[in-house]
Design a protein around this ligand. Structure first.
Ligand code: HGY
Ligand code: MN
Ligand code: MN
Length: 410
């Protein structure tokens, strides 16, 4: 047991991390899996222990609501996500959900009734690891995309997103349903920084000002499988060689001497993926990010032409699967978070987010902001991801102060 402030928060995070535990203190808890369902049941139990009620919307977003005194007042939302990367860490996402429940528990234990209801949300599929893209739950909730947009997206085993979502909702038939969308007076998400800044500057809290833009693409290179021993190179339509040509050309085009642009090819599926068969098809992903809208649009719009110009033997289909422009958080919410950090006597600074979050989409329909806590060496999307109980507790103190202000105690 951890004998520190917020020991319960730490212990709950450790309990959650056992659902999908992988070597090196990591977590592999893909969205809409049995492990995800178990994690949802765990947080529902914790929320009910402090008087909150659970409900779920058609996108699978899980709401844990502590009613306020004014049922007509728009609620204050907080939360994050329970799904992880395949080689994820114990804190990315889970921290924001558990921290939100800590706020509910603190209000409950203190017998405090806020005017506005407070709702902790676990958004569906923030990571986009199993089903691309990420943030499908918050994009559906905010109306950024229609909720059925991704129904036919398939995971690596060919399972449809729509079917996996339906199965999860069936498993939660006991939970009350709520309409998709709705009002929020404000949304604040607590999250680990997933970068090195706060640790390097020995600060406790990041007052997040906004999120850079992200564009994802799925590239399918179609050639023809052939015998590695008999097919002359001059006659081949080698999808892997052409994919390499395309990625090499993209690397050149996406070079940024200021190292601000983020260009990643993180996933590649080769078929038939046999050492003595020429690749007939390659599917690879592109993750492109930049804080400047015009740069992101220009670089992203150039992707198709760069790929087509690099191919020698094959054809390629390029589909944009995610289009999230840079988002600035609401100044009043950012100020509220900053005030809360100051009132807690914590070292803090304003900073942007390099990672995307559900707040990017929630913020398109409600005033939103985020709270960052440091993580060791800035490591994330890696089992070595780590923030201490004290660092996480500090962030939760700020979250509680900000939520109480926004929800208007008394
Ligand atoms: O990829 C991201 O930025 C987020 O951590 N899912
Ligand atoms: Mn996250
Ligand atoms: Mn993540």
């Amino acid at each position: 047991m951890v004998e520190t402030v917020f020991a319960r928060q730490w212990d709950r995070l450790m309990e959650l991390s056992r659902l999908g535990a992988i070597p090196g203190d990591g977590v592999n808890r893909a969205c809409l899996t049995e492990l995800d369902a178990q994690a949802r049941r765990l947080v529902i139990g914790w929320a009910r222990d402090c008087g909150a009620e659970a409900s779920v919307d058609a996108a699978g977003n899980l709401f844990l609501r502590r009613a306020g005194s004014d049922p007509d007042a728009a609620p204050v939302l907080t939360g994050s996500h329970l799904d992880s990367q395949p080689q994820g860490g114990r804190f990315d996402g889970a921290y924001g959900v558990v921290a939100g429940i800590e706020v509910l528990a603190a209000l409950h234990d203190a017998g405090v009734v806020t005017r506005r209801s407070v709702e902790v949300v676990a958004w569906t599929n923030e990571e986009g690891g199993r089903f691309q893209p990420g943030c499908t739950g918050s994009m559906a909730w905010s109306g950024f995309r229609a909720a059925n947009t991704w129904d036919d997206v398939r995971d690596g085993d060919g399972v449809r997103y729509g079917d996996a979502l339906a199965a999860l909702l069936d498993s939660e038939a006991d939970l009350p349903r709520r309409a998709l969308g709705g009002r929020a007076h404000a949304y604040i998400e607590a999250h680990i920084e997933q970068g090195p800044l706060l640790e390097a500057e020995r600060l406790d809290v990041g007052v997040v000002t906004g999120i850079q833009g992200s564009r994802w693409f799925r590239v399918t290179v179609n050639g023809a499988s052939a015998h590695a021993g008999t097919a002359p190179l001059s006659l081949r339509r080698d999808a892997l060689q052409d994919a390499i040509r395309a990625i090499s050309a993209l690397n050149v085009a996406m070079a940024d001497p200021d190292d601000v642009l983020r260009f990643t090819v993180g996933r590649m599926v080769v078929s038939p993926n046999s050492s003595n068969s020429v690749a007939g098809q390659v599917v690879f992903t592109i993750d492109l990010r930049h804080p400047d809208r015009d740069v992101l649009i220009a670089r992203g719009d150039a992707v198709g032409g760069i790929i087509q110009g690099a191919l020698l033997q094959c054809a390629a289909e390029i589909v944009e699967t995610f289009h999230a422009l840079p988002a600035a958080f609401d100044p009043a919410v950012v100020d509220c978070v900053e005030r809360a950090a100051s009132s807690c006597g914590l070292g803090h600074r304003r900073m942007p987010s390099g990672a995307f979050h559900d707040a990017q989409f929630v913020g398109s329909v409600a005033p939103a902001g985020m709270i960052f806590v440091p993580c060791r060496d800035g490591i994330s999307h890696n089992p070595a991801e780590y923030s201490s109980a004290e660092q996480l507790g500090a962030g939760t103190r700020v979250l509680a102060a900000a939520v109480v202000e926004l929800a208007e105690v008394g």
